[in-house]
Each structure stands twice: as C-alpha cells, then as structure tokens.
Design a binder for this molecule. Structure first.
Ligand code: 13P
Length: 287
C-alpha cells in the first residue's frame, strides 16, 4: 500500500539520515527501485514529473502500475508515490488519481501567490492524508562571478511557507538538476544552516542529487536535509549499461534482442545506483 511521506521523513529528520526520491520513467525503473528498497529495507519515494506522467500514459496508469507492483512483488517497506515539481493543476490531478504525496512547485510565482496556492493545497492534502512538498522562490546565486551555481532561497520566505503546515520544504542552496558544471561553487551550507534554524523540525529537500559529492551530501543531511532527489544518475547508469550491451553486439546473439534481455543490464545498473545512494543517505534498514 502506498503511504504518505510524512512519517518516513519525520523519522529521517529526527534520525539524521535522508530518504531518497528516485524518479521513475517506466516499468523497469519502478521495479528496479522497489526491489532495491525492499532488499535494503529502506523507505523510498518514487518521483513522477509531469513529463514522465504524460510519457507513462497519465497518472492513473502510474497509480495502477505502482500499486500492482507493490502487491505482486510483496513490497513491505514504506513507498510514497510523489508528484515531482507539480503545477497547481497537476497537483489536483495527482490527488484525484491516487498519489500519496504531492510537490507543488510555486517557486516561479511571486511569494504571495506561492503562499496562497500552497496554503490551499495544504488543506486538501491534510484532509486526504497526503504529504505535501513546497518550494520556495529563489534569489540569484551568482557569487564572485562564479557561473553555474544554482539559486539560493531566502530563509525568511522558507519560514513563511513552512509555517503553512507543509510536510517538507525544497529550498535552493546552490543545487541544480542534471550534471554539475566543472566550475560549480558547491552547496551553500551557510544558507542551509539558516533555513534549518528557522524551519526547525521541517524535513528539508535537496533536489538535484546527481553528482553531489558524498561529503557534501553528508554535511547537508547533518544540517537538516531529510529527502534527496535523484533522477539523472539513474538515467546515465541505465544508458551506459545499455550502450555496453549493444556495443558488445549482444543484441545480435541468440535472442539478445528480446527486451527482457536487452533492458536487463540497464535495470541492474539502476539497482546498483539506488543501492549506492541509499547507503550514502543512511536509509538502509530504516523501513
Ligand atoms: P537530478 O536529475 O539532478 O538527480 O535531480 C533530480 C531532482 O531533483 C528531481 O526533482
């Protein structure tokens, strides 16, 4: 059964570890992540972007697939199915479709509008027992002419959104989605410490988990990050393993063209990536 992310994240915050959100793209992705979470007895959050939602034939298809897999694979660890960077309309659709967790990303709205829309969704999610992630708008993150740094949130605005009663809060601390450029300035721990101090027990979310060095991840967790999102790293691992299979000509040997064979190395690569992250985040054995 799907669960809200509230309990797993409050436990993570108190226990100083983080739960991974791994984005899903298809059946293979979902199966690889669920099996790894079960093997490692780790709670897990499956992230679905609006684009991936369209790709997988809509939110109800995804809810059906994930619920079916939890049942058929005998998954016992807590699993949250979470809309990633949802619009206001997308959030409503996912609530209706049976997601157990929602991110409403109002960070591009002026703060007043972000507050108003987030507040409305807090009410709806509370009533339905769903967890809600909000995102706070960003101020320019460029410093000393360093380009490629992500945006940095205003701790005062973080407190305003946290006080609405959201379950978790995403706030920019120089992190970005995708691969980090060679001249990336790194995470802004000074701002993270301020946000943490102001928002107290609120689980904080670190987006753009791909490519952040292990020591920075550990420091971020020690400063209050309890959910870390990883997407690109699984995609890169899947693509590299699939490339190796094809370049070795294995799809031309026997029934190597069978999708169950062709996609198998990619699935194993996703499993290895998820395992590595769960170990780094400290969520192993916490289910
Ligand atoms: P990456 O693709 O950089 O891992 O980021 C994932 C993410 O933050 C999804 O919201």
């Amino acid at each position: 059964m799907l669960v809200s992310a509230k309990e797993m994240l409050n436990k993570a915050k108190a226990g100083k570890y983080a739960v991974g959100q791994f984005n899903i793209n298809n059946l293979e992705w979902t199966k690889a992540i669920l099996l790894t979470a079960e093997e490692l007895k780790s709670p897990v959050i499956l992230g679905v972007s609006e684009g991936a939602g369209k790709y997988m034939c809509g939110y109800t298809t995804i809810v059906g697939m994930v619920n079916g897999m939890i049942n058929e694979l005998g998954i016992t660890v807590p699993v949250a199915l979470h809309l990633d960077h949802g619009s206001y309309e997308g959030a409503k659709k996912c609530i209706e479709a049976g997601f157990s967790s929602i991110m409403f990303d109002g960070s591009h709205y002026p703060i007043e509008e972000n507050l108003a829309k987030t507040k409305e969704l807090v009410g709806i999610c509370e009533e339905k027992g769903l967890s809600l992630e909000a995102e706070v708008g960003a101020i320019g993150g460029e410093e000393d002419g360093v380009v490629g740094g992500g945006e940095v949130a205003d701790p005062e605005e973080c407190k305003m959104i946290a006080d609405l009663g959201v379950t978790m809060l995403a706030a920019g601390i120089g992190n970005i989605h995708g691969k980090y450029p060679a001249n990336w300035a790194g995470l802004n721990f000074e701002v993270l410490a301020k946000i943490s101090e102001k928002t107290e027990t609120m689980p904080l979310v670190l987006h753009g988990g791909t490519g952040i060095p292990a020591d920075m991840i550990k420091k971020a967790i020690s400063l209050g990050v309890s959910k870390i999102n990883v997407n690109t790293e699984c995609q890169l691992a899947f693509a590299a393993a699939t490339r190796e299979y094809v370049e070795a000509g294995k799809d031309l040997e026997g029934k190597g063209f069978d999708p169950r064979k062709l996609l198998a190395p990619g699935v194993e690569a996703i499993k290895a990536t998820v395992k590595e992250k769960m170990e780094l985040f400290g969520s192993v054995g916490k289910a």
